[in-house]
Design a protein around this ligand. Structure first.
Ligand code: GDP
Ligand code: MG
Length: 827
């Protein structure tokens, strides 16, 4: 039976002081709904009006024993039933409707779902509408508007549906009355669920409208209509996967035969009752540049609640960036309207300058990028159906077979250029830094301040700046690949492989960058939207052997592995990768066990990036790098320098100065022999000073812990100084093992080979052998990355993960070195 009295809609704002009402529905936008629901305004709950005067705002209510106040505009979005307005046939006695009757009535009203059909012209909306409404159809013209919309109310599956067939549109811009009508209807009338009818035989164009509905953050169910056509053509669409990616349930239908209609309405009920698992609000990723504009405008919009109750602030921001006049008029009531308007203008100018295109075109392109990415993963066309496509360059770059070699070539080119081209300015910077150090050394008077400046600050920070050319070149390539659109394809190619270890295709580039330097690699994890992916990627980047670790390997391999040098070196890198994979698998199991939600990887259109833009992006990244490295390394260098420098007044075992003087006066020695002897004595003195300094004491202190790895206290000190930066490991060893690492590096190797344990159970034995050297290299590879990396992790996630990285990497390093040494000793 058709119940007509449930047609009339009553809102909480209509209820007078002292009256009670039962909530049937909360309409309005997502964020508003969430807040209101949290306050207790949910379907079936009783509300009492405490005070509601015509001019009073806010109004006071009592709900579940609490008094809350709502603004009138908010109360207008809560649909209710009350005794006064409920003309229930059987209960005509004034005011005598008992609560039970009212609740039943409210329940019935709560099962009334307002649905609208939107979709492209000829997608089958009217056919679907006619079939669903059947004989109950009630056709009516909407007066006052120039476009037609038909409306029908009918019962299905114990719910009442009011369905409106809106005019067909390709988009919801403001260019035609139809589009404007659809848009206004959705925004103003708050339908409970929008059915997006899609013509399955023309997915790309039909999904464009869907992307706009996604921006609006409303409840949508997709009717994948004409699915018979799709089948007939032999194309395959994994609509379930597509639905999961977009957070919208998709039901295949054949409206002309009435197939799938019942499923569609069953799904609408699920979505309406908030019990469908697929439904979630996703963000179409418009890319870093546009996203930063969106969030700036969004922040301003969020100040005005009048707007955010009705619309998604993100949607408004996107519309404003598209220079949408209608939206601009809509927000005119905002208190900070002028501010929003001027910010929008600034952002539009910025975007148009950056892309050299109209802002609305840029956003449209990004939407098509989203669609292309979604379909690439879920849709396969029968070869003969493929029409000549505009994106045919993708047929090579993301081709199953050709994609990989092309990708590997680009990666090779990137790293090759980074290190070969980068080495020239590197040498120049290096000599400039030492020149500055020398100059200061020669001009300043002897003293701690001079030592701090020369050895601590210039030595430490200089060591970082030396890498700047490499970093700049690397960033140039990365920016170029991002701006051109190739980065998205690279992620696409790597995605399947990365999924095997629980990561995402987009994680690949940061991980690869880790071989250059972990710091920019960590910074570049920002391109990953998902927090879980970001953290997991950050956690394994330190196992990628960065270029600063290379000098340590070179030293030890040349000293202890005269044969198979290359093989040993490669094995270190590979062990790093294996550990990264194992750690990723373990972490995914233990810490991020929650199931993945699939998401769309956008395939933005290719663009030819301008040198100007790419340089600007490169420079932004470089500045960030310098700021972080500068401050952290500065502090760490000063700290480590002072630990090695103090205490000053130590007692030497021999009087070195005296001995040096004696040699100087020795007439039996040649000038050359003299110099060698003096140098040796000076190093011996320096070494003893290091041993007795605080850092030497720390080295002795941790010796018991590293003994089982076969290490002595000198290795311990190197490990401690390596916390600041791994390059320092070699220079520390140079000092401690009494050889200058720069002038005659051959001799450092010899000294290492001759080192003997001074005490402990290994006393008298040689410290280094190939086994210890290998264990030490592995330790250097795995343990505590370096302070700059830790700082970068803290910046990109939080302190918790930074601290975690410090400890878990060191623990793994110890275990690996322990096993290597102990098992190796047995063999
Ligand atoms: P509207 O413009 O979205 O309202 O689309 P219509 O409902 O007017 O349908 C356009 C045409 O598509 C009509 O000729 C329908 O018979 C046909 N049509 C609708 N649904 C289907 C379907 O599922 N399969 C096939 N093959 N044709 C359909
Ligand atoms: Mg129609």
């Amino acid at each position: 039976m058709q119940n007509n009295n449930i047609e009339k809609e009553v809102f909480l704002s209509d209820i007078k002081t002292g009256e009670e009402a039962i909530i049937t529905k909360v309409i309005g936008h997502g964020a508003f709904r969430k807040r209101i629901t949290e306050m207790g305004f949910v379907k079936g709950k009783k509300v009492k009006v405490i005070k509601n005067a015509p001019l009073q705002d806010p109004v006071e209510y009592e709900i579940m024993g609490y008094n809350v106040s709502l603004r009138k505009s908010e109360a207008k979005l809560i649909e209710v039933v009350s005794a006064e307005f409920a003309d229930i046939a059987e209960v005509k006695f004034e005011g005598c409707i008992d609560e039970h009757t009212l609740k039943t009535y409210a329940g019935e009203k709560g099962r009334k779902i307002n649905v609208v059909l939107v979709g492209n012209p000829n997608s089958g909306k009217t056919t679907l509408y006619n079939y669903a409404s059947g004989s109950h159809e009630r056709v009516g013209n909407y007066s006052g508007v120039t476009v037609d919309a038909r409306e029908a109310t009918f019962k299905k599956l114990n719910y009442t549906f009011k369905v409106i067939d809106l005019p067909g549109t390709y988009s919801i811009t403001e260019y035609t009355p139809e589009e404007l009508f659809v848009r206004t209807y959705i925004a103003e009338k708050h339908p409970d669920v929008v059915i997006n009818v899609i013509d399955a035989s023309n997915l790309e164009r039909n999904l464009y409208l869907t992307t706009q509905l996604i921006d609006m953050n409303i409840k949508v169910v997709i009717a994948l209509n004409m699915s018979d056509e799709l089948e007939k053509r032999g194309d395959i669409l994994d609509y379930k996967a597509l639905g999961k990616m977009m957070g919208i349930p998709i039901i295949p239908t054949i409206a002309s035969k009435g197939k799938g209609i019942d499923d569609l309405f069953a799904k609408i009920i699920d979505v309406y009752e908030d019990r469908d698992e697929i439904v979630r609000h996703i963000h179409i990723n418009y890319g870093n540049i546009i996203e930063s504009s969106i969030s700036k405008i969004q922040a301003l919009i969020k100040i005005s609640r009048n707007i955010t109750d009705k619309y998604s602030s993100r949607y408004i921001a996107i519309k404003l960036l598209e220079s949408d006049k209608t939206t601009l008029n809509q927000i005119a009531e905002c208190s900070n309207f002028e501010k929003i308007k001027s910010q929008t203008e600034i952002e539009i100018i910025r975007l148009e300058k950056e892309f050299e295109e109209k802002s609305s075109t840029i956003i449209t392109d990004a939407k098509y990028g989203f669609i292309a990415g979604a379909l690439k993963e879920t849709f396969s066309q029968k070869p003969e159906n493929k029409t000549v496509k505009k994106r045919n360059i993708d047929d090579i770059l993301t081709n199953k077979y050709l994609g990989f070699p092309v990708f590997i070539f680009f990666m090779w080119l990137m790293f090759q250029t980074t290190f070969t081209v980068g080495s020239y300015p590197m040498v120049m910077i290096d000599s400039a830094v030492s020149w500055i150090g020398e100059t200061i050394k020669n001009t300043m008077t002897d003293g701690p301040l001079r030592d701090l400046l020369v050895d601590g600050i210039i030595g430490g920070v200089g060591g970082v700046i030396v890498f700047l050319p490499n970093i700049l070149i690397l960033f140039f390539f990365i920016s170029f690949m991002e701006d051109s659109g190739y980065m998205a394809r690279a992620s696409f190619i790597m995605d399947r492989l990365m999924h095997k270890i629980g990561l995402h295709g987009k994680s690949f580039i940061p991980i690869l960058m880790g071989f250059g330097c972990n710091v920019p690699a960590i910074m570049s994890t920002r391109t990953l939207e998902n927090k879980k992916d970001r953290i997991l990627t950050m956690m394994i980047i330190p196992f990628m052997s960065c270029s600063a670790r290379l000098p340590v390997y070179v030293l030890l391999i040349s000293a202890f592995f005269p044969h198979n040098q290359g093989l040993v070196l490669v094995s270190i890198y590979i062990i790093g990768i294996i550990i990264a994979i194992l750690v990723a698998l373990a972490m995914k199991k233990l810490m991020f066990s929650k199931q993945d939600v699939p998401f769309v990887m956008e395939l933005p259109p290719y663009r030819i990036p301008t040198i100007r833009n790419t340089s600007i992006h490169m420079w932004h990244k470089a500045v960030q790098y310098l700021q972080k490295m500068g401050s952290v390394i500065l502090i760490a260098s000063i700290l480590i320098w002072s630990l090695g420098y103090f205490p000053k007044n130590i007692e030497y075992s021999t009087n070195y100065e005296q001995k040096i003087k004696e040699i100087g006066n020795d007439i039996h020695l040649t000038e050359k022999a003299k110099n060698t002897k003096i140098e040796e004595l000076q190093l011996a003195k320096e070494s003893e000073k290091q041993e007795k300094s605080y850092i030497g004491q720390i080295g002795h202190f941790i010796e018991p812990v590293i003994r089982p790895l076969g290490f002595d206290w000198k290795i311990g000190v190197s490990i401690v100084t390596g916390l600041a930066a791994k390059e320092i490991v070699v220079s520390t060893m140079g000092v401690l093992y009494q050889a200058s690492s720069e002038e005659n590096s051959g001799s450092l190797q010899n000294k290492l080979q001759e080192q003997i344990h001074q005490n402990g159970n290994l006393k008298g034995q040689k410290v280094f052998n190939p086994l210890v050297a290998y264990a030490f290299m592995l330790f250097v590879l795995i343990y505590f990355p370096c302070v700059a990396v830790i700082a970068a992790i803290k910046k990109e996630s939080d302190i918790k993960w930074a601290v975690f990285t410090m400890f878990y990497t060191t623990l793994i390093a110890w275990i690996v070195a322990f096993c290597t040494f102990q098992i190796g000793s047995l063999l």
